[in-house]
Design a binder for this molecule. Structure first.
Ligand code: ATP
Ligand code: MG
Length: 452
C-alpha cells in the first residue's frame, strides 16, 4: 500500500489548486510525534470552529524521519481571535504578525493564513524593487500555501484527521530530496531576498538538491541581500552556523555565490586557502558539538570567523609603534565594527568575543604564576577550545595545544616539571627575575581579564 502510494506520489505533478490529501497510513506521521503544546493549540482552535494545522518545517522534518526543531501552527483565526483563545499568548512582529502561544516553557508560533494578493492592498507594502515590506493580508489555506517559500515547506498536518494537505507537490519533492520554490523563483527572491539564504540552508540541512529553476536566479540576485536589515541577516546566518550543518551550509553558500560582499568574513576566509583549515575545523567542531547536544555560542563562532580579520588589523596597527595591548583592543573594536556594517550581531556578544581573542597570546606564556592565573580565568575553557582549533588549523603550534591539554589535568609536581621544561618556562628560569616595566611585552601581552 505504501509502495503504491509512493509510486502515485512520485508520478504526480503538482496541482495548480486544491490539495492532495495524504492519509496517516500513507505519510507515516503519528500524532504522538507532534509536540503536546502544538496539539493543545490545534485542538483548542478546532474546538472553536477554526481550521488548525501544524505547518512548515515540522511536517517536512517528520515526513523525512527527522526530529523537528520547532512546531508552527497555521489557522484561519485572526491574530486577535487567537489571542482571545489563549490567555498566555501575545502578538509579535509588524512586518509579519504572528501570535506566540506559551505552554509552560514552550512556545508555539501561530500564524493566520496569508494571501499572496488581496483586496486589502494597503496591508501589503512593496518597495519599488519588488521587496515585500509588510505582509498582513489574510486569506484562505490555499493562498497561504502559495505564499510559502519551498514546496516541502507548504505541507499542512491536521492532527485531528491525521492528514497531510499538500498543495504544491511537497511530499513528492521531499521523497525526491528536491528543494523547489513555489511560483516564479526570481519574483519570490525579489520579494524576500532572504529566501536565497534559506535555499542554501535547507539544501545543506536536508541534503537536498536545489531544483535548477530555483537555483538559477540566485547568482544574479545575490546582491539584493545587501538590502536586508542587518539584524535579520544575523539571524539567518546564525541559523546556518549553529544548525549542526554549518560545514555543508557554508559550502552551499559559496556554491551559490552568496558569501560575497554581504558577509566579508566568509568572503575572505573561503577565498584564502591558508585560512580554510581553521575555518573548517571551527565549523566541523561546532557541528559535532550541536549534534551531541552540547552548547555552541554565537560569540565563539564569530570569534572564529573574524579571527584572521582581527589578526590582520592588529598586525597593521602594530607597525604604528604603539604598545601591543592598546593596539590589540583597537584592532578588536575595528574588526567588530567593520563586520557590523554587513551583519548586526548583538553588542552583548562583543565581550566574550574579545575575551576569547585576548586570551590567545596568554597561552604562550608558560612561566611562573601566569599559567595558573590563566587556568582560573572564567573564560579559560572558551579560550582553550579556541586554541585547540587554531592548532588544528595550523595557526598555533600543536605542541602548545598539547601542553595546555596536559597542564590542566596534571598534578602539582608534573605541572612544575612542565613549567620548567616548556620553551618559555625553561628560558625564563635561567634569566634573573626583574620587574617588568608597566605595559605588555612586545611578543605576548599579558592582558587583564577586566570588563571586555
Ligand atoms: P526550521 O527547521 O529551520 O525551523 P522551517 O521550515 O520551520 O525550518 P521557519 O523559518 O521556522 O522554517 O519558518 C516556518 C515556515 O514559514 C516555513 O516552513 C515556510 O513555510 C514559511 N516561511 C518562513 N520564512 C519564509 C519566507 N521568507 N518566505 C516564505 N515563507 C516563509
Ligand atoms: Mg520552524
Amino acid at each position: 500500500m505504501i509502495r503504491r502510494w509512493f509510486n502515485k506520489v512520485l508520478g504526480r505533478t503538482a496541482k495548480a489548486s486544491g490539495p492532495t490529501i495524504h492519509t496517516a497510513s500513507q505519510h507515516g506521521i503519528r500524532r504522538e510525534q507532534i509536540h503536546p503544546c502544538a496539539l493543545k493549540v490545534t485542538r483548542t482552535l478546532a474546538e472553536n470552529g477554526y481550521a488548525a494545522f501544524v505547518v512548515g518545517g515540522a511536517v517536512r522534518d517528520l515526513l523525512l524521519g527527522r526530529e523537528p526543531k520547532d512546531f508552527d501552527v497555521a489557522t484561519d483565526a485572526t491574530p486577535d481571535e487567537i489571542r482571545r483563545l489563549f490567555r498566555r499568548s501575545r502578538v509579535i512582529g509588524r512586518r509579519f504578525q504572528i501570535v506566540h502561544v506559551y505552554c509552560g516553557a514552550d512556545t508555539i508560533e501561530v500564524t493566520t493564513f496569508r494571501a499572496q494578493t488581496g483586496e486589502d492592498e494597503d496591508k501589503r507594502v512593496t518597495a519599488d524593487d519588488g521587496m515585500l515590506l509588510r505582509d498582513n493580508i489574510f486569506g484562505g489555506q490555499e493562498d497561504d500555501a502559495a505564499r510559502r517559500d519551498f514546496t516541502v515547506n507548504a505541507l499542512y498536518y491536521d492532527p485531528v484527521k491525521q492528514e497531510v494537505w499538500d498543495y504544491h507537490g511537497g511530499v513528492k519533492d521531499a521523497l525526491g530530496k528536491i528543494l523547489k520554490m513555489i511560483g516564479d523563483p526570481a519574483t519570490r527572491y525579489r520579494e524576500d531576498p532572504v529566501r536565497m539564504l534559506r535555499a542554501a540552508r535547507f539544501a545543506a540541512k536536508l541534503e537536498f538538491h536545489i531544483d535548477p529553476g530555483t537555483r538559477a536566479p540566485i547568482a544574479q540576485l545575490a546582491p539584493m541581500l545587501e538590502r536586508i536589515p542587518q539584524a535579520r541577516m544575523y539571524d539567518e546566518m546564525i541559523k546556518i552556523l549553529l544548525s549542526g550543518h554549518a560545514e555543508r551550509g557554508v559550502r552551499q553558500l559559496r556554491a551559490e555565490g552568496l558569501h560575497h560582499g554581504v558577509l566579508p568574513m566568509l568572503d575572505r576566509i573561503l577565498d584564502d586557502t591558508s585560512h580554510q583549515a581553521f575555518l573548517h575545523a571551527a565549523l566541523h567542531d561546532t557541528d559535532q558539538r550541536i549534534r551531541h547536544g552540547q552548547s555552541a555560542s554565537p560569540a565563539f563562532m564569530l570569534a572564529c570567523l573574524l579571527w584572521f580579520d582581527m589578526q590582520a588589523a592588529w598586525a597593521a596597527l602594530k607597525q604604528s609603534g604603539e604598545p601591543d595591548q592598546a593596539t590589540l583592543y583597537t584592532a578588536m573594536d575595528e574588526t567588530l565594527e567593520r563586520q557590523r556594517d554587513a551583519m548586526a550581531f548583538p553588542r552583548r556578544l562583543d565581550g566574550l568575543i574579545k575575551e576569547i581573542w585576548a586570551l590567545q597570546p596568554r597561552f604562550e606564556q608558560r612561566s611562573g604564576a601566569r599559567p595558573f592565573r590563566l587556568l582560573n580565568h572564567p573564560r579559560f575553557r572558551a579560550g582553550y577550545d579556541f586554541l585547540l582549533l587554531r592548532a588544528k588549523g595550523g595557526d598555533a603550534p600543536d605542541e602548545l595545544a598539547q601542553w595546555w591539554t596536559r597542564f590542566q589535568d596534571a598534578g602539582e609536581s608534573t605541572r612544575q616539571d612542565m613549567l620548567a621544561q616548556s620553551p618559555s618556562g625553561g628560558e625564563k628560569r635561567r634569566r634573573p627575575r626583574r620587574r617588568r616595566p608597566r605595559g605588555p611585552r612586545s611578543d605576548a601581552p599579558d592582558i587583564p581579564s577586566g570588563d571586555h
